[in-house]
Structure formats: structure tokens, C-alpha cells
Design a protein around this ligand. Structure first.
Ligand code: GRF
Length: 225
């Protein structure tokens, strides 16, 4: 984080968050940005669904919100074009997708190349797309998790910025696994945004350069041995 010329007030990266529903990841980002040393601030929350609970939550907390109902647009191109304009108008520097359930046009992705990130509830490249937990259980994996990655046009691809792993319990259902992964998401996303916004994780085209030194952490065993 750098300082303004005027004095001590830190310059924070301006983040726009895109949601479509519950918005619990957006909430975890909002909570994290309250820390004085956090290098980013949420300047706008946009939802393509006006009825998204997360949008009301953000509005109640005085965060600028925009309901951009995709059903009122004639085409995906027009919706994405308007979304891009709104993000520019809010002087957004980083776009954080958090449960934004929309396929994007190549133009929108290109406009935010290496400045748009997303969280996905699996250890990518496994289980891209929907119903990740059902598919993880069906595949019999013993460890699952979540991934924060830079957005590319192909869904759930793009350079991986960070991951968190959780054990899959023998009696897990999709719901119980989803809850365990979601708890990890709420820790991972704010941590990775912190590193990304403070240039401790850098993208050089598709290469991820990590300046942050990670502490030694033990391996995760599942079943625990
Ligand atoms: C999360 O599991 C996220 O990884 C996925 O969609 C879900 C959104 O949940 N992309 P929420 O709206 O953040 O609560």
C-alpha cells in the first residue's frame, strides 16, 4: 500500500464486487476491508439479480449498490457493455466475482484482463462449473477446497492465485461439504484479495508471481493419519 502525497492516508485499491445471490463471500470481503491496513476498499456491489439478498445487505451498510437486471437487456453484449461502463464510472480497479452466475463476453473479460478475479468452490482445475460438491463426492475425492483465480473467457480457468483445502468426511453430503468449503472460502478470498491488491501476488500474463512468503504448513491428510 502506498501513501498519498498529502500525508498518511493510505491509497486503497478500488474493488467492485459482482454477485447474483446470497453474497456471503462479498460479506467476508466487506468485513476484511474494515481493517485499517487492508489495501483495498469495496466501492460498489453489482448484482444481475435485483432481489439478491447480498445486494440488500450491502445497501443496508451504506455500500453503493447497483441492480443491473440482465432480463432487461436485449443481449449479453449490451449487458456486459453497461456493466463495464458502470465499473469504470465507479473508478473500479479490481473486479471481484463472488457468486456471479453469468457467463461473460470475451470483450468484458478482455477489458478486465488480469484485473478480474473469481472464487470457485473446488480445487481447480477439478470440478469446473456447477454442482461441484456433488461431483466431488461422486468422484470419491478425499480432499476438496476452493480456488481464487484470475478470470479468463473459458469458465473457471485462469491463473490460480490461491487455494484452500478441506477434508471430505466419510458421511459428507453435498450440503455438509459445501458448508465446510464455504467457511474456507470466507478466509481465502479476503486473504488473496489482500495479497493481490498489495501486489504481493502479481500476474505477468499467465504467470503468477508470489512475493508473499508462506509459512511452513503441514500436509493435510484425509483420512487423518
Ligand atoms: C460460492 O460457493 C462461490 O465459490 C461460488 O458461488 C458461491 C456463492 O456464494 N462461485 P455466496 O453468494 O458468496 O454466498
Amino acid at each position: 500500500m502506498s501513501s498519498t502525497e498529502a500525508g498518511s492516508k493510505p491509497v486503497k485499491k478500488r474493488v467492485g464486487v459482482l454477485i447474483s445471490g446470497r453474497g456471503s463471500n462479498m460479506m467476508s470481503l466487506v468485513e476484511a476491508t474494515k481493517a485499517p491496513d487492508y489495501p483495498a476498499e469495496i466501492v460498489v456491489v453489482v448484482s444481475n439479480r435485483p432481489e439478491a439478498p447480498g445486494l440488500a445487505w450491502a445497501k443496508d451498510r451504506g455500500i453503493p449498490t447497483i441492480a443491473l437486471d440482465h432480463r432487461t437487456f436485449r443481449s449479453r453484449e449490451e449487458f456486459d457493455d453497461q456493466l463495464h461502463r458502470l465499473l469504470l464510472a465507479a473508478r473500479v480497479e479490481i473486479v471481484a466475482c463472488a457468486g456471479f452466475m453469468r457467463l461473460m463476453t470475451p470483450e468484458l473479460v478482455a477489458n478486465w484482463h488480469n484485473r478480474m478475479i473469481n472464487i470457485h468452490p473446488s480445487l481447480l482445475p477439478c470440478f469446473k462449473g456447477l454442482h461441484t460438491h456433488e461431483r466431488a463426492l461422486a468422484a470419491g475425492v478425499r480432499i476438496s477446497g476452493c480456488t481464487v483465480h484470475a478470470v479468463r473467457h473459458e469458465m473457471d480457468t485462469g491463473p490460480i492465485l490461491g487455494q484452500a483445502a478441506v477434508c471430505v468426511a466419510a458421511n459428507d453430503t453435498a450440503e455438509s461439504l459445501a458448508a465446510r468449503v464455504l467457511a474456507a472460502e470466507h478466509k481465502l478470498y479476503p486473504q488473496i484479495l489482500r495479497l493481490f491488491a498489495s501486489d504481493q501476488i502479481l500476474l505477468d500474463e499467465n504467470a503468477v508471481i508470489t512475493k508473499h512468503s508462506f509459512p511452513e504448513s503441514p500436509a493435510i491428510f484425509s483420512p487423518n493419519i
